[in-house]
Design a protein around this ligand. Structure first.
Ligand SMILES: [Zn+2]
Length: 126
């Protein structure tokens, strides 16, 4: 059985989307992906490197390291929530709607992690 490329609902063989609404949403999604893919990738790359660099700095520069690590987590998390662009593999597996939701949940998890790192310094002063 084929599934709607956007919402994952079952559709007949000759269709791609279950409704016009899904087609419009899918098109809008791909347009946004294309438009924002470069800044999205650039910011994410910086943040993905920022987290381990920050954690490394924490061993001797506590405050700076914490700011870099938790800041990177929070920026990365916000990016994932504002621009939830899943990978092609995720879209294939989960379809667009569900893949977007997974990326957003991941974004929230990363922000929580960032707050946790910041909290460690503030509350525990380790
Ligand atoms: Zn659909």
């Amino acid at each position: 059985m084929k599934q709607c490329e956007y919402c994952g609902k079952e559709i007949s063989y000759h269709e791609i989307y279950c409704s016009e609404d899904c087609q419009i949403k899918a098109n809008r999604f791909y347009e946004r992906c294309e438009k924002f893919s470069i800044p999205f990738t650039a910011v994410n790359t910086v943040c993905v490197f920022g987290i381990p660099i920050g954690l490394f700095l924490m061993s001797f520069l506590k405050v700076l390291g914490t700011v870099v690590a938790s800041g990177s987590c929070i920026v990365l998390g916000l990016m994932l929530i504002i621009f939830p662009f899943p990978t092609e593999g995720m879209i294939k597996k989960f379809k667009i709607k569900k893949a977007i939701r997974i990326v957003r949940i991941l974004g929230i998890a990363v922000i929580v992690l960032g707050l946790f790192i910041a909290g460690m310094l503030t509350f525990l002063g380790f």
